[in-house]
Design a protein around this ligand. Structure first.
Ligand code: SF4
Length: 363
């Protein structure tokens, strides 16, 4: 089932947007304009907690909601940036229902950090677009605002697993995280936020600095590994030619993990490419020094994909073997496959069709 909702809007600012500001920065800026702290703080809380946009202290420009598609309880929506372009630039976000602790129903919001992506992973729909643009912190936070106050759902977790490589736009991603965790704003605990990367080592080190700060110790890091050796990984993920598995392992060993937290290692299982039991054994040996949880993701064929989805038998065999090897392993479901919202499948086909030759597509 699919429905359009063009009437809904989400604000984006021309000047310093409230969407990109922590409450402290917002209050400071308001003070410069002569607005008392008590009023600006109340406005900030009302904006984030109740979705109230009156006040007019900051010019707001509409980021209209483009499309909204629903498959079961999974909702995918887009926000349009810069109206008037022949092909609009659109963020893409997915709201995914999850089962929380004690069977509680929770909702995870998957946000984009870029439009398109430069990383060129072979299995990924978004890679077909190339990189169109980075999103600002405000445009990232706007996706949460739209989910919470336009679609109107409580959001429990946020994962940076939509379009884009977060480490390619790390400063805006960090600025967005500061807003999302703000106690006067969305107030999402840092333990409920996950940043997923293909393994950009400089970005992992930059994130380590943030995790060392008070209030961010429990931020989660997910890494797409997808191969047991450099040979296979070089083919699937161009990043590996610059930052190979050995260098990645070193960076992950240095990543500060507090308490019982663990790295999340993602492994997209592709038939005939990386799904043999021997490859599983070699992957587990590479993972051995890391405190991590392995997340096996059955490949979702992208449009015009050379590969099919793996069989249930092969997924079970791979997960079983990793578990037998002593590696804590989970299997991720494929919610959202039919709306092309599952892992590595975000990306506007209209934009891909119109992509100019020569655009940067891989690092
Ligand atoms: S998997 Fe992630 S990093 Fe790789 S091309 Fe797709 S969006 Fe970019």
């Amino acid at each position: 089932m699919s429905s359009k909702a063009p009437e809904s809007t989400c604000p984006e600012s021309r000047g310093p947007s409230i969407l990109g500001l922590t409450s402290e920065a917002f209050v400071n800026h308001s003070t410069d304009l002569g607005i008392p702290t008590i009023d600006s703080l109340a406005a900030y809380r009302a904006f984030y907690r109740e979705g109230r946009r009156e006040g007019g202290w900051f010019a707001l420009e509409d980021m209209p909601m483009g499309t909204r598609e629903v498959e079961g309880e999974t909702i995918k929506f887009t926000l349009r940036l810069g109206a008037g372009r022949e092909v609009p630039h659109e963020t893409e976000s997915v709201m995914i229902p999850m089962q929380g602790r004690g069977g509680r129903r929770t909702r995870t919001l998957c946000v984009s950090s870029q439009i398109g992506c430069a990383m060129g992973c072979d299995f990924c729909e978004t890679a077909q677009m190339g990189l169109i643009r980075n999103l600002s912190a405000a445009q990232i936070v706007a996706q949460w605002f739209a989910a919470r106050h336009v679609v109107g759902e409580e959001i429990n977790n946020i994962v940076f697993m939509g379009m884009g490589e977060p480490m390619d736009n790390i400063e805006e991603v960090i600025a967005a995280i500061r807003v999302l965790t703000d106690h006067n704003g969305p107030s999402i605990p840092s333990s409920k936020i996950t940043i997923s990367t293909v393994g950009r080592i400089d970005g992992i080190r930059r994130l380590s600095e943030l995790v060392a700060e008070d209030g961010f110790h429990r931020l989660n890091l997910a890494v797409s590994v997808n191969a047991p050796d450099d040979e296979v990984r070089n083919e699937l993920m161009p990043i590996n030619r610059a930052m190979n598995l050995e260098a990645l392992q070193d960076a992950l060993l240095e990543f500060p993990l507090r308490g019982g937290s663990a790295l999340l290692i993602e492994y997209v299982l592709i038939p005939g490419v990386n799904d043999s039991l021997d490859q599983c054994d070699r992957l587990c040996r590479w993972l051995e020094p890391l405190r991590c949880s392995l997340n096996v993701i059955p490949y979702n064929p992208r449009r015009e994909s050379p590969w099919s989805a793996p069989t249930e038998t092969s997924v079970d065999a791979f997960v079983g073997r990793a578990t037998a090897n002593g590696q804590f392993t989970k299997r991720r479901g494929t919610k959202g496959r039919d709306v092309m919202a599952a892992c590595g499948q975000l990306g506007n086909p209209e934009i891909r069709r119109q992509r100019r030759p020569g655009r940067k597509t891989a690092s």
